[in-house]
Design a protein around this ligand. Structure first.
Ligand code: GDP
Length: 219
């Protein structure tokens, strides 16, 4: 077996990541429907997940800020794509996708979510990768499988990321990681490895930053 060619090492990428994620990052705009999407001037990495999965906390931790993504106590309310500009030394965008799977969401809200997300995923050449967040305490649910299917169908590459890993025991984390990876490996557009993270302890944050940079650098 031959070894994979040596690319930019993890250490180089970590140095770049530190610069990028401590540099300028600014809210660009909210798009409640397709006509409000920004131009495709920079590659995009989108974050998706069930309401309350810890998406806002993860985006804030990832970017070393406290109030970039608003943590909401009304799950399922925001039906918008939120765009953030990352400015230097690499230029790209982080996209906060509307949360899904809120049990009490009215049918028309669910329908609107599906249209907005599908339209975005299918028509967006700038979208390089999606990160699908999954609560480590619960593992994959059918609503997660629905967005995975949408991503597979739209041929958007994605990676599953476990959140709130600090809330489960190491043995449970190993089990949920293995079960989630087993499903990821059956999916055409999914990365075979799952990332375990915690916004509380910072677990997995370096790997997550690397995953974001790799997606936009190989754009
Ligand atoms: P969102 O709805 O997906 O944006 O989720 P939030 O970021 O608002 O988080 C939902 C709840 O989970 C909040 O009470 C957070 O404090 C909590 N939370 C988020 N991430 C973590 C984590 O990594 N560990 C723990 N223990 N709690 C978390």
């Amino acid at each position: 077996m031959t070894e994979a060619p040596h690319e930019a090492g993890d250490e180089d990428l970590d140095v770049l990541a530190r610069k990028v994620f401590s540099g300028p990052i600014a809210f660009l705009k909210s798009a409640p429907s397709l006509q409000f999407l920004p131009d495709m001037a920079a590659p995009e990495v989108a974050f998706a997940g069930r309401s309350n999965v810890g998406k806002s906390s993860l985006l804030n931790k990832l970017t070393n800020r406290t109030g970039l993504a608003r943590t909401s106590n009304t799950p399922g309310r925001t039906q918008e794509l939120n765009f953030f500009d990352v400015g230097a030394p690499l230029r790209f965008r982080l996209v906060d996708m509307p949360g899904y799977g809120f049990a009490k969401a009215p049918k028309d809200v669910v329908k609107k979510w599906r249209f907005l997300v599908n339209d975005y995923l299918r028509g967006r050449a700038a979208l390089k990768r999606a990160l699908v967040l999954v609560d480590a305490r619960h593992g994959l649910k059918d609503v997660d499988r629905e967005i995975m299917k949408m991503l597979d169908d739209a041929a958007v590459s994605y990676r599953l990321v476990l959140t709130k890993s600090d809330k489960v025991k190491a043995s449970e984390l190993a089990a949920v990681t293995a079960a989630t990876e087993a499903e990821a490996r059956k999916r055409p557009a999914a990365h075979p490895d799952v990332l375990a993270t915690s916004s509380e302890t910072g677990l997995g944050m370096e790997e997550l930053r690397r995953a974001v940079l790799e997606a936009v650098m190989h754009a």
